[in-house]
Ligand binder design. Structure first.
Ligand SMILES: [Zn+2]
Length: 213
């Protein structure tokens, strides 16, 4: 358990020195000039400060430890050994290649083995990993692996459906395209019945839920 903790934190806790707020704001002023505008004109005066604040929210996941949160599990399951599914978790992340939003939904399921965790914790794990620079494949794996490593359930399944603004607003400009990624571990990988049950539970949300984004 202890040996696995560093790998879960690896992407989130780079031992880099954090620049000051003033340095971050100066960098945003540079980007405004790079875009072709004047950072000193009226409408843009407060922008570097606002962007720096927004970044604190967008990337708050670097300061949180998913393992710590999951360790506070509830053991008494009263023999409950059926699938736990949390579906349609709102997902807001940023792609690490263009630093623009990835917006979508996550569905998280696990098959408990004596230990269960509060559902708010599941949503929190999704949030922590989302609030970092990401690619969708890595995000999907990190959520599944952290649940698997800490809870030791009989299985974990994570499905993410998301639209990438770097694809819809620039480059190939493919509007309405969503990417679906999944990671299945344990019973969800090995037992087709378990996997089918999970996919059926999230299936009716897979279409339409992203169409109004
Ligand atoms: Zn991108």
């Amino acid at each position: 358990m202890t040996a696995q903790t560093p790998s879960l934190r690896k992407s989130g806790s780079a031992s880099l020195v954090k620049p000051s707020r003033a340095e971050a704001e100066a960098a945003i002023r540079t980007l405004i000039r790079w875009a072709g505008d004047d950072p000193d004109r009226e409408g843009l005066k407060g922008t570097p400060e606002r962007v720096a604040k927004a970044y604190e929210e967008f990337f708050a996941g670097y300061d949180a430890d998913p393992v710590e949160i999951l360790r506070r599990t509830f053991e008494e399951t009263e023999g409950y050994d059926e699938m736990v599914v949390l579906r349609d978790i709102r997902l807001e992340s940023h792609c690490e290649h263009h630093m623009v939003p990835i917006l979508g939904k996550a569905h998280v399921a696990y098959l408990p083995d004596r230990r269960v965790v509060g559902i708010s914790k599941l949503a929190r794990i999704v949030e922590i990993y989302s609030r970092r620079l990401q690619i969708q494949e890595k995000l999907t794996s990190q959520i599944a692996n952290s649940l698997n490593d800490v809870l030791h359930p009989k299985g974990v399944a994570v499905v993410i459906e998301a639209a990438h603004m770097c694809m819809t607003t620039r480059g190939v400009r493919k509007a309405g395209v969503t990417m679906v990624t999944s990671r299945m571990l344990g019973a969800f990988r090995d037992d087709p019945t378990t996997r089918r049950e999970f996919l059926a539970m999230i299936g009716n949300t897979a279409h339409g839920s992203l169409s109004n984004m």
